[in-house]
Design a protein around this ligand. Structure first.
Ligand SMILES: [Zn+2]
Ligand SMILES: [Zn+2]
Length: 135
């Protein structure tokens, strides 16, 4: 099954085949600021699952909780960051789950940085929670 994630204006798109290896909801303060929301949904795919990347992207590099660089690829027109590449895991591409805008997307396997979680956010049943980075 192919799914396409896109930015708000639609110029930057990434299409992947098959289900993600992991879906993580992250409440770290960086993800709150990046997403403009209470948490972000990080979906992780193998590089081999990428079918197409269309449109121009610019890169903002941030340092993750592990201390490793993460390249955020964002649309230069609308500013939405669609996908990211963790330097520590070169065979993995991360895609921001909201960019799929798909209510049927698989639920999170893990929930990270719950020590910064907003009190009203409820971790779904069956999702494993962690105070900091998920293991
Ligand atoms: Zn855009
Ligand atoms: Zn985070």
């Amino acid at each position: 099954m192919e799914r396409t994630a896109s930015c708000l204006c639609g110029d930057l798109r990434i299409t992947v085949d098959g289900d993600p290896a992991r879906v993580n909801m992250c409440s770290c303060t960086e993800c709150q600021r990046r997403s403009g929301s209470a948490f972000q949904i990080g979906t992780f795919f193998q590089e081999s699952q990428i079918k197409a990347i269309e449109g121009e992207s610019r890169i903002y590099t941030r340092t993750g909780g592990s201390g490793n660089a993460i390249d955020l690829h964002f649309c230069p027109t609308c500013g939405v960051s669609v996908y990211f590449r963790p330097a520590a895991r070169p065979s993995i591409v991360g895609i921001h789950g909201g960019c799929f805008a798909d209510p049927d997307f698989p639920a999170p396997n893990t929930a990270g940085w719950n020590k910064h979680k907003h009190d009203w956010v409820v971790i779904p049943d069956g999702t494993e929670g962690f105070d900091e980075n998920p293991q």
